[in-house]
Design a protein around this ligand. Structure first.
Ligand code: ATP
Ligand code: MG
Length: 520
């Protein structure tokens, strides 16, 4: 199995080793099957195999049962016998229990290192998707990003975005001249969506220090790929946040990593669990982008493996790109099930020993219909494969064990403390304070002047000596009027227009598939 990851045994009596060729592991894959058929264990053994081959792995842990990768399996485990006899059956002679190097990540920062990105890095397209904005609202978000960019205001966290939107609202008359109509109703709607996102825990996702991708692409001292496990149990409560975050991560990988052509093994393997969430109700434009990213990210050495119950959940264009497949059992209760099963079967290269459709229905738990890319990237003939047992612990770590792994991590402490450097919120707050102060001063001046004027008139009437004193501060009426009229909004507005005039159309609408939008 040199240059391959051992997956299990196929052929007569399951005695023929089946492996995933590392050379083609960046040509993506699919792990599918009904509930309870063995998908999670397949994910686990694939992660083990990649790690052992020195390939870093990213995966999301939807049910919390993959943390066991960080501990070795044990002879005392109830399935020890089952595992060893399975290993024997498939000729897995050097089967042994082992633990793997794991990094735990958590958007909420509880069960792992916090994963953060900035609002600018997420970009308007993904944020719109995240907040489920209408086209008109997305348009306004685009304007807000553009103005922030031209103004040199960093958008780091949600409060930056919130402050920016308030400001865009205040200056919508001026900005409207430049960018077209900006309705307060739309701004209000975006602000309300921001609140929802905030309630879902979105606040935790945005800020600095932002994730450095290199931290997800590490190998340990023994050269084994580190397995990044994203806690997704709580995250699944906000499916849109979950799917958008993973999509953002993919787009960042796509943008940041250099081209490597066809490497001898992937730079990173990315498992997208509950992949249907990415496509449920997604607009065609987004699906098209996912399809493009999948196609192009391959040359960056990243293999993407979609994990889902039913391959029919994955759009055809994307399914067609998933070269390495582990199809666990599918049920065929309804006419629709049977149709989908037939279509799933048709995508494999037939094996004369069995009917693919029957096999997909019949395979047992921990068994699958498999096909991996072979020489020249041609799909191998379909096999019925008994998947190998895991070397790491089946089932989750204890809370204390998990804590210990987190504390011993090479990046412990790096992301724990939020750094809030100056960004849009601070800049706008300061500008507003300055404008308010200027307005206040103008008002005070006005009052002083009016008092002087009263005094002057009174003086003229009653006393000559007061006149000289009251005219000691001559201010013309026209100057007074202009400073009085200077409201907060127009002061800011004028300042912006002035500054906008000076900047060229520099524009970094970054983030989601930004590379695609920018250059292709
Ligand atoms: N490769 C394997 N070797 C040994 N046992 C396995 C293997 N795959 C699955 N099993 C057994 O089957 C059980 C169910 O598998 P698993 O949890 O992977 O299913 P699943 O498809 O992920 O289910 P769900 O949809 O509920 O998440 C495991 O707990 C284990 O006992
Ligand atoms: Mg599972």
């Amino acid at each position: 199995m040199d240059g391959h990851i051992f997956i299990g045994g196929g052929g007569e009596g399951y005695g023929t080793k089946q492996g995933l060729n590392l050379e083609y592991a960046n040509r993506h894959g699919l792990v599918a099957g009904a509930t309870g058929t063995g998908k999670t264990v397949t994910l686990q053994i694939m992660a083990e195999g990649f790690s052992a081959a020195g390939v870093p792995v990213f995966l999301s842990d939807v049910k919390g049962d993959l943390s066991g990768l960080a501990a070795a399996g044990s002879e005392g485990f109830k399935l020890h016998e089952a595992f060893t006899s399975r290993a024997q059956k498939i000729g897995f002679d050097d089967y042994s229990y082992e633990k793997f190097p794991v990094l735990f990540w958590d958007l909420f920062g509880d069960q792992g290192h916090p994963v953060r990105t900035t609002v600018s890095e997420m970009g308007p397209l993904l944020l719109s998707r995240l907040m489920d904005l209408s086209e008109a609202q997305e348009g306004i978000l685009n304007i807000a990003f553009r103005v922030a960019d031209e103004e040199g205001m960093a958008l780091l966290d949600l409060k930056d975005l919130q402050a920016l939107l308030v400001w865009v609202g205040e200056n919508r008359a001026d900005l409207g001249l430049r960018y077209g109509n900006i309705s307060t109703a739309s701004i209000g709607a975006i602000q309300r969506r921001l609140l929802v996102l905030d309630n879902q825990g979105g606040t935790k996702l945005f800020g600095e220090p932002a994730l450095e991708l290199s931290d997800m692409m590490r190998t340990d001292v023994d050269g084994r790929g580190m397995i990044s496990i994203l806690a997704a149990d709580k995250l699944m409560g906000s499916p849109r946040l979950y799917a958008t975050f993973l999509l953002w991560l993919l787009s960042e990988l796509f943008e940041e990593l250099p081209e490597v052509g066809d490497p001898e093994k992937p730079k990173l393997v990315f498992f997208f669990d509950e992949a249907h969430l990415l496509f449920d109700g997604a607009p065609k434009a987004l699906v098209d982008k996912v399809e493009q990213v999948a196609r192009l990210i391959r040359s960056k050495g990243v293999g993407v493996y979609f994990v889902t119950q039913n391959p029919a959940d994955v759009p055809d264009d994307i399914l067609g790109q998933l070269g390495n497949r582990v199809q666990h059992a599918l049920r065929a209760f309804t006419a629709k099930d049977r149709k989908e099963l037939r279509m799933a079967a048709e995508t494999y290269r037939e094996n004369p020993r069995f009917d693919t459709e029957d096999a997909i229905r019949e395979v047992g738990v921990g068994e699958a219909v498999t096909s991996f890319l072979e020489k020249k990237g041609v799909p191998g003939v379909v096999e019925r494969t008994l998947i190998r047992p895991p070397s790491s612990q089946l089932g989750p770590l204890e809370v204390s064990e998990r804590k210990a792994v987190i504390n011993a991590s090479p990046i412990a402490e790096k992301y724990e403390t939020i750094q809030d450097r100056e960004s849009a919120y601070e800049i706008l707050t300061r500008r507003a304070a300055e404008a308010a102060k200027a307005a206040e001063e103008a008002e005070a001046e006005e009052e002083e002047l009016e008092a002087a004027e009263r005094e002057f008139r009174a003086g003229r009437r009653y006393s000559g000596t007061r006149v000289a004193r009251s005219t000691s501060k001559p201010v013309s009426r026209s100057t007074r009027r202009s400073s009085k009229d200077e409201t907060l909004g127009s002061a800011l507005g004028r300042a912006v227009i002035k500054e906008l005039g000076g900047t060229t159309g520099r524009r970094i609408v970054r983030g989601i598939l930004g590379g695609l939008f920018k250059s292709r």
